[in-house]
Write a protein that binds this ligand. Structure first.
Ligand code: GLU
Length: 495
């Protein structure tokens, strides 16, 4: 476990929507930074202008704030190694690429795209892995420099050693050995002067004093190149940690970043803001994400952010891929909803009712929240099961008003009698109302379930609702009586 303060960075590229994979990396970064009183840095890797998506950076910032993941240094908050947006650091990468040329670890390449594609095709024909053939590697450095100075279009390529082995050490997987002869002379700086990831990220990780690099395991294939860059500069490497990939809920196939709702495979949403819109609690999402690739022990599952900060450890990360389990998210969400205080729950419910066009008062919400807290899975469920409290009228399905094993006439009679009993009560207090209605059921030779079923449909318009007797009190006497009247009318229209 790292005890000395770490410096970690989350380095997203603003190339699309922000998904749970990115959120997990950022969360783990944040946790070890807080645990060790270190720093968590947000760095925007936006040098690939072709893949740039406007609004992506805003979305990721909003998502991280919603999850409660805060950074110490970043484009918005600044810091000692600013700027933190790579498009504002292009001079730094250029200087470093040229320094590698000067030290003999890189070279200028003038090959045209047409020549390169011809070379690639020929290699493919010969069943060789396509790669650069090294033509410009053999140029005289002084002559190459003169061509650059004369303004000839060029890229900078890394001079990958032709002999020997590179050993790249991942914290979870141990050493990975690669024969250098199998590696390409990859591009560091493109002809437009912009760096590729391999150069920009390594330079920044060094200059920003990053101690631990946590990133997705899609970077494992190019990991040796990154080690070679560090070695070429003579820099000390950070600790490398490649996080596991996510699989579809079925356990088959990688979860695609572009995937959205797919009820067949059980995928609900993989973008953080969609989960917010689906009314999940950020605490539940964070807890759920934390366990995708990390476990504390075999038993404990519920972790607040504070618990995670105390208990998280890189050593307990699991490198093997894990299926994303959306029922687990529902499970956590239920747990967190039930653990909210009344005021907290009311505050979180309100915007969901408002989004549905309902305008409950705080007092109203305070009276219904305890009735639904045990029953909802997401905050949106609340609107579905408790919206009737705030509607002027409900419109029950007439047939649904018929009590179990009864006909329409008997049901109308039972509703009328209930109307009389409720009218006669001095209070809507459940302690008074419940025995009165149970007694009525008995006198009508009905079970309480039969009578309550009719009343539930009459006053809520739903087959399933929060506890009926308590709901009657919240709806209020006048509205309850109006709704029962309406139910009697509807029953009388039935044959
Ligand atoms: N910009 C890279 C990406 O979004 C970051 C990888 C890394 O963390 O080094 O995939």
């Amino acid at each position: 476990m790292p005890i000395s303060p770490v410096r970690v960075r989350f380095a997203p590229s603003p190339t699309g929507r922000f998904h749970i994979g990115g959120a997990r990396t950022a969360l783990y970064d944040y946790l070890i930074a807080r645990q060790t009183s270190g720093q968590f840095i947000l760095r925007i890797e936006d040098t690939d202008r072709k893949r740039f998506v406007s609004g992506a950076e805003e979305e990721l910032v909003e998502s991280l704030h919603w999850l409660g993941i805060e950074w110490d240094e970043g484009p918005d908050v600044g810091g000692p190694y600013a700027p933190y947006r790579q498009s504002e650091r292009t001079e730094i990468y250029k200087q470093h690429a040229h320094a590698l040329v000067e030290s003999g670890h890189a070279y200028y390449c003038f090959c045209s795209p047409e020549r390169l594609s011809r070379v690639r095709q020929e290699m493919q024909k010969r069943k060789q892995p396509p790669r650069y053939d090294g033509t410009c590697r053999r140029l005289d450095p002084a002559e190459a420099l003169a061509r650059v100075d004369a303004g000839e279009s060029h890229v900078v390529r890394f001079k990958t050693p032709r002999q020997g082995t590179t050993t790249a050490v991942d914290l979870l997987r141990g050493p990975i050995n690669v024969e250098n002869a199998t590696l390409d002379d990859f591009i560091l700086l493109k002809s437009d002067g912009l760096p590729v990831y391999h150069l920009a990220a390594m330079v920044d990780d060094h200059l920003m004093h990053i101690t631990h690099v946590l990133r997705g395991s899609e970077w494992l294939p190019t990991f040796p190149l990154h080690v070679l860059i560090f070695q070429a500069f003579g820099w000390e490497q950070p600790t490398w940690v490649h996080l596991s990939v996510f699989l579809n809920p079925s356990g088959k196939g990688k979860l695609s970043k572009r995937q959205t709702l797919d009820p067949k495979s059980g995928v609900k949403a993989i973008h953080v803001l969609d989960l917010q819109e689906m009314a999940y609690l950020p605490e539940a999402v964070t807890n759920w994400i934390a366990l995708m690739g990390w476990s504390y022990d075999d038993r404990t599952e519920q972790f607040s952010m504070l618990d995670l900060i105390q208990k998280f450890s890189l050593e307990k990360l699991v490198p093997s891929p894990a299926a994303v389990n959306f029922s687990k998210l529902d499970h956590f969400n239920g747990i967190y909803i039930r653990s909210l205080s009344l005021d907290d729950l009311v505050g979180r419910l309100r915007p969901h009712f408002e989004a549905a066009g309902l305008r409950p008062t705080v007092d109203q919400l305070r009276s219904i929240a305890p009735l639904i807290q045990e029953r909802i899975r997401t905050l949106d469920d609340a609107v579905e099961i408790a919206g009737f409290f705030f509607h002027e009228h409900v419109e029950p399905d007439p047939v649904g008003l018929i009590g179990k094993n009864m006909d329409a006439e008997q049901s109308a009679l039972a509703a009328e009698k209930a109307h009389q009993v409720i009218t006669a009560q001095v209070s809507m207090d459940p302690d008074v109302m419940e025995p009165a209605l149970r007694q009525l059921a008995e006198s009508l030779e009905l079970s309480a379930g039969q009578l309550f079923g009719i009343l539930r449909m009459a006053v809520t318009g739903q087959k399933v609702s929060p506890p009926l007797i308590e709901s009657l009190e919240v709806i209020g006497k006048q509205k309850v009586l109006e709704r029962i009247d309406r139910a009697v009318q509807l029953l009388e229209t039935l044959p």
